[in-house]
Design a protein around this ligand. Structure first.
Ligand code: G3P
Ligand code: CA
Length: 268
């Protein structure tokens, strides 16, 4: 019903490991990047936020409670927001035990640590600026951190890095600060608004179930800020049937906690 484009002789969609291979290792940690590498997946998505003392760290929720032992280590600090803790405090937390005993002692990585691990694996990064309204100025700081680690050189800019956000303002800010960076908007803008988004975003990263083949084709008919057709990504796809449907719609990429399942289903 939904044949993969690869089966039709087209290019299979790019597969992105969501928060790392987070179906198999604790999300947004170095082991999740390692697991993606072991699976041969060369694109990794992560989420970046800022500590009280200005360190950029990789974590999804605005609170540390779900994915670390912060409630035990700092019982009086409810609601355990990332922005209320220093980097040194966060470095004491166990970000792996919640997922399984094999990951006990895993730490919340800094963005710098995460970039270095990806570089070691030759992996590419779909970086999400998470909750930017909580962190004024985080766009410039993120670009500076990327630059410090060599991620704004020509090779990374061309095809190894995309910076995305649910916040259109944040994506626009990234584009204005560093126009050479490829950018993505997370969500599904109405078709009538796509020309506006195409001014500052190269990619539209939509919930997969919301997409139709018509929407994908229309979005891909616009050119983004770098003169190339907008790319459409679909998240978060963890089973073969949904992966085949997304590929059949013609998406350019699929974001998955289980990238091996997606690749098995559609190639890529
Ligand atoms: O890449 C898109 C996806 O990561 C957005 O959802 O909640 O996992 O950050 P979330
Ligand atoms: Ca994300």
């Amino acid at each position: 019903l939904f044949p993969a484009r690869a089966a039709d002789g087209g290019t299979p969609p790019l597969v992105v490991a969501h928060r790392g291979a987070s179906g198999y290792a604790p999300e947004n940690t170095l082991p999740a990047a390692d697991r993606a590498a072991e699976l041969g997946v060369d694109w990794v998505e992560n989420d970046v936020q800022r500590t009280r003392d200005g360190e950029l760290v990789v974590l999804h929720d605005d609170s540390l409670a779900r994915t670390t032992d912060v409630e035990e280590v700092f019982p009086g600090r409810s609601p355990w927001k990332v922005r209320d803790f220093t980097a040194a405090e966060i470095a004491r937390l166990d970000a792996g035990s919640w997922f399984g005993p094999a990951f006990a002692g895993t730490r919340v990585p800094t963005l710098e640590q995460f970039l270095r691990r990806l570089e070691r694996h030759d992996q590419n990064l779909l970086l999400e600026i998470k909750n930017p309204r909580l962190y004024p100025g985080i766009e410039g700081e993120t670009l500076q951190a990327l630059d410090n680690e060599g991620w704004l050189d020509r090779a990374h800019l061309r095809n190894r890095l995309v910076v995305q956000s649910f916040s259109a303002d944040s994506v626009r800010t990234v584009h204005e600060l560093e126009p050479a960076v490829r950018t993505g908007f997370i969500g599904k803008p109405p078709v009538k608004d796509l020309p506006v988004y195409a001014d500052f975003a190269d990619r539209i990263n939509s919930p997969h179930a919301a997409l139709s083949s018509g929407y994908v084709a229309v979005a891909q008919s616009f050119r983004g800020p770098h003169g190339k057709p907008l790319k459409v990504l679909a998240w978060t796809v963890d089973d073969a049937a949904a992966a085949r449907r997304a590929a059949g719609l013609g998406v350019d990429g699929i974001v998955s906690n289980k990238p091996d399942v997606v690749r098995e289903a559609v190639g890529g």
